[in-house]
Design a protein around this ligand. Structure first.
Ligand SMILES: Nc1ncnc2c1ncn2[C@@H]1O[C@H](COP(=O)(O)OP(=O)(O)OP(=O)(O)O)[C@@H](O)[C@H]1O
Length: 296
């Protein structure tokens, strides 16, 4: 494969009069994990659909695995796996039948299909539910089955649209390990998420999408350094949040923040110090983007 698994240049997409993507540029080197972070409605799914040839672009150019998504659709489709918010699961089949069917459709022999099915059921903690129809699965189980199905074949580029939404902590961690394992095999993973923690754990590079544009990109550490190392939260006696202050986490900085805030709050005010959340990063990045846009 090319050095870059994904190249997006000047991507523009509207639905009717609503401009969803307003000139997106990004590059994902082969064999890396890339996370696209953004709130609901930011255009993450639209971008994944364009990258996987499900939705047509209006302007710009997009290459996946070295192939153009417009003129080389078939080649792109053969190079990618996709799992998303729509499930590839057949509800009338059991979990095991779903997996076996996908294994057979992707060309595995009966024996190989059976052993891959067993392996995936084990990896996604679905062994006990293997013979239950998928329609009886909980949301989390369906999600795991959907993800297992997308991993039946090993394609060079894997798209995961909010892969851990609906998963419990253990399944989420299991999935993260699997995704990191796929990277070890040289697979490029492009995932969307609303969770900084997920991007932090997995991604070599993160891009934040807001208002149809990539407003920041970099490693998790680079993004977090924009909001400081720790966030101080102040709460009143009813445990209501009354103030949030980004700090470096260093003693001098924390002391300065507390000294400057002390006079404004009741002596019973409670203090918590925590790591920046996606909300903090996102708020800092989007307010910077808005300020930059109004200056230029
Ligand atoms: N086929 C469509 N026709 C019209 N509008 C659409 C279509 N698909 C998406 N949109 C709109 O485009 C915007 C971006 O949606 P998209 O699903 O890409 O966002 P998202 O970042 O993936 O959000 P979420 O995290 O909620 O899935 C939304 O306002 C949505 O209503």
């Amino acid at each position: 494969m090319n050095q870059n698994a994904i190249e997006v240049k000047g991507l523009v997409k509207s639905f009717g009069k609503a401009a969803i993507l307003k000139g997106v540029n990004l590059t994902v080197p082969s064999g890396t994990i890339f996370a696209l972070l953004g709130p609901n409605g930011a255009g993450k799914t639209t971008l994944i659909h364009i990258l996987s040839t499900l939705t047509k672009l209006d302007e710009g150019s997009v290459k996946v695995a070295g192939f153009d998504v417009e003129s080389e659709q078939k080649e792109v489709k053969r190079s990618i796996s996709l799992t998303g918010q729509f499930a590839a699961v057949d509800e009338l089949l059991t979990g095991a039948e779903n997996l076996r069917m996908m294994c057979r459709l992707s060309g595995l022999s009966t024996d190989d299909a059976n052993s891959r099915t067993r392996e995936l059921l084990r990896q996604f903690d679905l062994e006990d539910a293997a013979d239950k129809r998928a329609k009886a699965y909980s949301g989390g189980m369906r999600r795991r089955l959907d993800l297992a199905i997308s991993l039946v074949t090993h394609r060079p580029v894997l798209f995961l649209d909010e892969p851990t939404t609906g998963l419990d902590t253990i399944s989420r961690r299991t999935l993260w390990e699997m995704i990191l394992g796929l990277k070890q095999q040289g697979i490029t993973v492009f995932l969307t998420t609303q969770y900084l923690e997920e991007a932090d754990e997995l991604a070599d590079e993160i891009a934040v999408i807001h208002g149809g544009r990539i407003v920041a990109s970099g490693t998790a550490d680079e993004l977090k350094s924009r909001v400081g190392g720790e966030v101080i939260e102040l709460r009143n006696s009813q445990d209501e949040l009354i103030g949030t202050y980004p700090t470096s986490g260093g003693l001098a900085d924390v002391r300065q923040v507390l000294n400057s805030a002390a006079h404004a709050f009741h002596p019973d005010t409670k203090i918590t110090i925590r790591k920046p959340s996606m909300d903090d990063v996102f708020l800092a990045l989007t307010s910077t983007a808005t300020k930059e846009a109004s200056i230029s």
